[in-house]
Design a protein around this ligand. Structure first.
Ligand SMILES: [Zn+2]
Length: 315
């Protein structure tokens, strides 16, 4: 990975009074778009992610923006032309250069995202990372409102996190937030990245489901959560092991950054108190802050698109 110059932190700020901004969240299966005005979402749209996106990224994103504008105008917005468009993607992203360095899901390497879109949509264009944008969205309109020291943890099959300190989203190198691929147990199971014992190989939704099936059961992480609630001892052990490993990985981050609130999103957050209560207890026991808040994300799948609309440079 090449070394790049330091980049300014993202600032959390709403558009100006009359500004309209579009956020585009390009995911592995869906592309979500929102039109935001003065901190409120006034239109939204979802499209399936087409095959071969990498070879026609610009055309697809421009099409999604145009469709959203027509949706908004169809819903009564007199002129939905935005002053800027923020586009966020998963994987490793060089936000300043606007380059998607790598995405396993979307199959690109060093793709010029900014160049593919700039000049083809109204206003300025900014490129960002989906999880960091999700934190920005949760800070502006969701579960991180009013708190400036936040750790955002979307828990799905993969685990990438985003950190806010003093109201600013931390952006280091393009590896920032890739906590899922930190090796926490070198003798642990093999990870999709090729190493063994990564955090997400031990505690992600895929890992929880895999352990369940290794115990001779059927189903996935959702099934395990249901079994935990029903008092199944095997499920409870798998669940508590996963939370133990997760809290062990998050506690040093929380302690280093002075985090006051952990916002948990992603598919596993659907388990609600079943996940949040023991995770809160574990983090308070392991870390210095016995009042640390652990809450569920509020914006669901829309956090990334809402944050994208508020990236610096879109308004
Ligand atoms: Zn890994």
């Amino acid at each position: 990975m090449s070394t790049r110059g330091s980049t300014p932190p993202q600032e959390s700020r709403a558009p100006g009074a009359a500004d309209l901004a579009v956020g585009v969240d390009v995911g592995g299966t869906r592309i979500k778009t929102v039109l935001v005005q003065r901190g409120s979402v006034i239109a939204r749209d979802v499209q399936p992610t087409p095959e071969g996106l990498a070879s026609r990224f610009g055309d697809v994103v421009v099409g999604c923006v145009e469709r959203l504008i027509s949706v908004a105008e169809g819903e009564g917005v007199a002129d939905a032309t935005p002053s800027g468009v923020g586009v966020v993607v998963p994987g490793l992203v060089d936000e300043r250069a606007g380059v998607g360095e790598w995405s396993a899901n979307l199959g690109w390497r060093d793709l010029d995202l900014l160049g593919a879109v700039r000049g083809r949509v109204p206003g300025r264009v900014a490129v960002g990372h989906d999880v960091r944008a999700g934190l920005l969205g949760e800070h502006l309109l969701g579960a991180a409102r009013g708190v400036d020291d936040v750790l955002f943890v979307p828990l799905g099959t993969g685990i990438a996190v985003a950190l806010m300190t003093g109201g600013r989203v931390v952006r280091g190198s393009s590896w920032s937030g890739e906590l899922g691929h930190v090796v926490v147990d070198p003798s642990g199971p093999r990870c999709g990245c090729g190493r063994t014992g990564c955090l997400e190989a031990l505690t992600g939704a895929g890992a929880v489901g895999r352990r369940w099936r290794e115990a001779g059961r059927e189903g996935d992480a959702r099934t395990v959560a249901e079994a935990v609630a029903a008092g199944d001892a095997v499920a409870q052990r798998i669940w508590s092991d996963a939370i133990d490993v997760l809290s062990g990985a998050l506690a040093p981050v929380v302690a280093s950054a002075g985090t006051r609130r952990v916002v948990v999103g992603g598919g596993m957050a659907e388990a609600g108190a079943l996940l949040l209560d023991p995770l809160r207890t574990a983090l308070r026991l392991r870390g210095p802050d016995d009042a640390l808040e652990v809450v569920r994300a509020e914006l669901g799948d829309w956090a990334g698109a809402i944050g994208a609309a508020h990236l610096p440079g879109t308004a």
